[in-house]
Design a protein around this ligand. Structure first.
Ligand SMILES: [Cu+2]
Length: 168
C-alpha cells in the first residue's frame, strides 16, 4: 500500500507536469542560428507545443530572426514593417498552435544560405485538446488496477484540479 506521502508527490507531479514539460529548444542545437544548416532536418521529429520556447543564438549583427508568414518564408521576404529580433539570444515563447515561419532577413542568408525554419506548433501539453483521454488513466486508478490504488483519491483530485489551474 503506497504511503500518503508518495500519493501527495504523485498528485503534485500530475498537477505540475504540464509546466515541467514545457521545453526550451535551442535552434540548431550547438550550431545555433546560421547559414547553410538544414533547419527542417533539425526540426524533423521534434514536437513543439504551446508554452515551449525557441532560442535563436547567433553573433549579434551577423544574423537576425524575423517571424513571417508562409509566403514570406517561400520568398525569403519579411513583410514591410516587420520587426526583426537582433539580440543574438532571442527567445520566443510559442503562444498559439499552428504553423510558424522564421527567417533571417540579413543579406541573402535566407535565399542562398537556406536560413529559415518552419515548425508546426501543437496544443499545450496537459491541455484538454492535447490529452483528450485522461479518463482511462483515472478510471484505472479508481478501480485499483494500477497498483497505486491507495493514491486514487489524490490523483483524482489532482486531475480534477488541472483544468482549473491551467485556466488561471
Ligand atoms: Cu543571417
Amino acid at each position: 500500500m503506497a504511503s500518503s506521502k508518495i500519493c501527495i508527490v504523485i498528485a503534485i507531479a500530475a498537477v505540475f507536469a504540464p509546466s515541467i514539460l514545457a521545453t526550451e529548444f535551442m535552434i540548431g542545437d550547438e550550431t545555433g542560428w546560421t547559414t547553410n544548416f538544414d533547419y527542417q532536418a533539425w526540426a524533423y521529429g521534434k514536437e513543439f507545443h504551446v508554452g515551449d520556447k525557441l532560442v535563436f543564438r547567433y553573433p549579434p549583427g551577423v544574423h537576425n530572426v524575423v517571424r513571417v508568414n508562409g509566403t514570406g518564408f517561400e520568398k525569403c521576404e519579411a513583410p514591410a514593417g516587420t520587426e526583426a529580433l537582433t539580440t543574438g539570444e532571442d527567445t520566443l515563447t510559442l503562444t498559439s498552435p499552428g504553423k510558424k515561419w522564421y527567417i533571417c532577413s540579413m543579406g541573402n542568408h535566407c535565399k542562398s544560405g537556406n536560413m529559415r525554419l518552419t515548425i508546426t506548433v501543437l496544443a499545450e501539453l496537459g491541455s484538454p485538446t492535447a490529452s483528450p483521454s485522461p479518463s482511462p488513466v483515472s478510471a484505472a486508478v479508481a478501480t485499483g488496477r494500477t497498483g497505486l490504488s491507495g493514491c486514487g483519491g489524490w490523483i483524482a483530485v489532482a486531475i480534477a484540479g488541472i483544468p482549473g489551474i491551467v485556466m488561471v
